[in-house]
Design a protein around this ligand. Structure first.
Ligand SMILES: Cc1ncc(COP(=O)(O)O)c(C=O)c1O
Length: 464
């Protein structure tokens, strides 16, 4: 079993760049035994811990993981007779969680999007479990040298051999940074510095200069919660190896995923779509002598309920919808252009929130706003995961008048339920029925995963 980790094939991709484009090859990590690039580090980290005496027979492997590292660790643990406890954020796809349980691991689910200092976030929970359970070892992929070490020892040499030393450019995602650091370092050393290394990064990720707000491509990049005091980057990410980082939007990554499946027969995950989108940019114009290798971390079959599900994509505004009847976007067309979605930070005081809501009323807008953990600011459209609740002028003013809330109190403990949301490409008639059934008057219209405007029942009705 363990000999089937890694040794994955390279396959040539068609590129849109024409004659001037470099040859582009994809390394298919989903063909490793456990189904992802993370098998390599699962095996390598466990064997290093055995050598260091940190993991002994009958011991337990513990890790905070978005799924693939968990599958790699759980598979290796099962094959070697260890127990595994894996802590995953609740945004992890159901398929990934079922896989971990299938390998016999215990899965602990914790809320995503908690600040680094929150004792209940996935990392602090995993560290606590490893401390409390005798015989446990915390794998710690973010800061374990055996993570980049696995790629230095295996992924890099495989690519060098498979391309007969002709590789000129490497493109990979950056999550823990293990893949790009280990593979990139090996390829730079063996080529005397000739191989250029590009990181593909979600546009909102802080690695490439984004503000760290949540995004929809799973398991790569680095999110920063606005309430996190100190933003710590993993030491598995060795920045000196990376020559440049290319930001890629969720839309471009997800549309690339669908294109790869439909036009090239490759069903891969969101981070693979992101990496290929960046690699196509790198390959364009390099000339036919160059040879670009892009690492595709996992299979699309883990994301059938998301990236390959039209209903999911439509609801988040990643698809424009079919031609024909009126769509939600038609109801908000003017608002989308002229008014950014009003939005209140959940750390605002009651006084600040009342001022913001009265300003909306005075503009003739509904005096209701979504609320969540991002700073308020012009043009700062919150992403769907940030739509944590809602505030209404009536409810808030009454709470202050009755003394339930003082003007200086934070509104975070007084939020109403989140408003429903619809993608701009969804049909207006079905959205209206759903809105009426929900009991809400207003919904957030969403484009590319971001709230762009409020849309009311009457605006939808007027289209029909
Ligand atoms: C699907 C997927 N893509 C990309 C990455 C990022 O790889 P790395 O952590 O080596 O930077 C991961 C890591 O978990 C992953 O699971």
């Amino acid at each position: 079993m363990l000999e089937l980790v890694g040794s994955t094939p390279l396959v040539r991709l068609r590129t849109p760049g024409g004659e001037n484009a470099a040859a582009l090859y994809a390394k298919l990590e989903y063909l490793s035994a456990g189904g992802s690039v993370k098998d390599r580090i699962g095996l390598h980290m466990i064997e290093q811990a055995e050598r260091d005496g940190l993991l002994r027979p009958g011991g337990t492997v513990v890790e905070a993981t978005s799924g693939n590292t968990g599958a790699g660790l759980a598979m290796v643990a099962a094959a070697k007779g260890y127990r595994a406890v894996l802590v995953v954020p609740d945004k992890t796809s159901a398929e990934k969680i079922a896989t971990l349980r299938g390998f016999g691991a215990e899965v602990v689910v914790r809320r995503s999007g908690l600040p680094a200092e929150d004792p209940e976030n996935v990392f602090n929970t995993a560290a606590r479990i490893a401390e409390e359970r005798p015989g446990s070892w915390l794998a710690g992929q973010y800061d374990n040298p055996a993570n980049p070490g696995a790629h230095y020892a295996t992924t890099g040499p495989e690519i060098w051999r498979q391309t007969d030393g002709r590789i000129t450019h490497l493109v990979a995602c950056v999550g823990t940074g293990g893949t790009i650091s280990g593979t990139g370092r090996y390829l730079k050393e063996v080529s005397a510095g000739a191989v250029r290394v590009t990181g593909a990064d979600p546009a909102a990720s802080v690695y490439s200069g984004g503000d760290g707000r949540p995004y929809f491509v799973e398991a790569t990049g680095h999110v920063r919660h606005p309430e996190t005091v100190e933003d710590v980057w993993p030491t598995s990410y060795q920045q000196d190896v990376v020559d440049e980082l290319l930001p890629v939007s969720d839309r471009e990554a997800l549309l690339t995923v669908r294109q790869l499946a439909r036009e090239q027969g490759l069903m891969v995950g969101g981070s693979a779509g992101l990496a290929v989108a960046a690699a196509q940019r790198v390959a364009a114009g390099l000339g036919p002598e160059a040879l670009v290798v892009v690492i595709l971390p996992d299979s699309g079959r883990q994301y059938l309920s998301k990236y390959f599900n039209d209903a999911w994509l439509l609801r988040l505004g990643f698809l424009d919808g079919e031609e024909g009847g009126p769509r939600v976007g038609d109801a908000v067309a003017s608002a989308v252009r002229e008014e950014p979605l009003p939005y209140v930070n959940r750390l605002s005081t009651a006084d600040e929130a009342l001022t913001a809501l009265r300003a909306l009323r005075d503009l003739g807008l509904p005096p209701v706003a979504p609320a969540g953990p991002c700073p308020v600011g012009p043009g700062r459209a919150p992403t769907v995961p940030e739509l944590a609740g809602s505030l209404s002028l009536d409810v808030l003013a009454t709470a202050v008048a009755e003394g339930a809330l003082k003007p200086d109190d934070l509104v975070r403990d007084h939020l109403g339920a989140p408003l429903p949301h619809f993608g701009v490409g969804e049909r207006a008639d079905t959205a209206l029925v759903e809105l009426e059934e929900s009991g809400a008057e207003l919904a957030v219209a969403v484009r590319d995963g971001h709230g762009v405007a409020l849309v009311g029942r009457s605006a939808l009705r007027a289209l029909l």
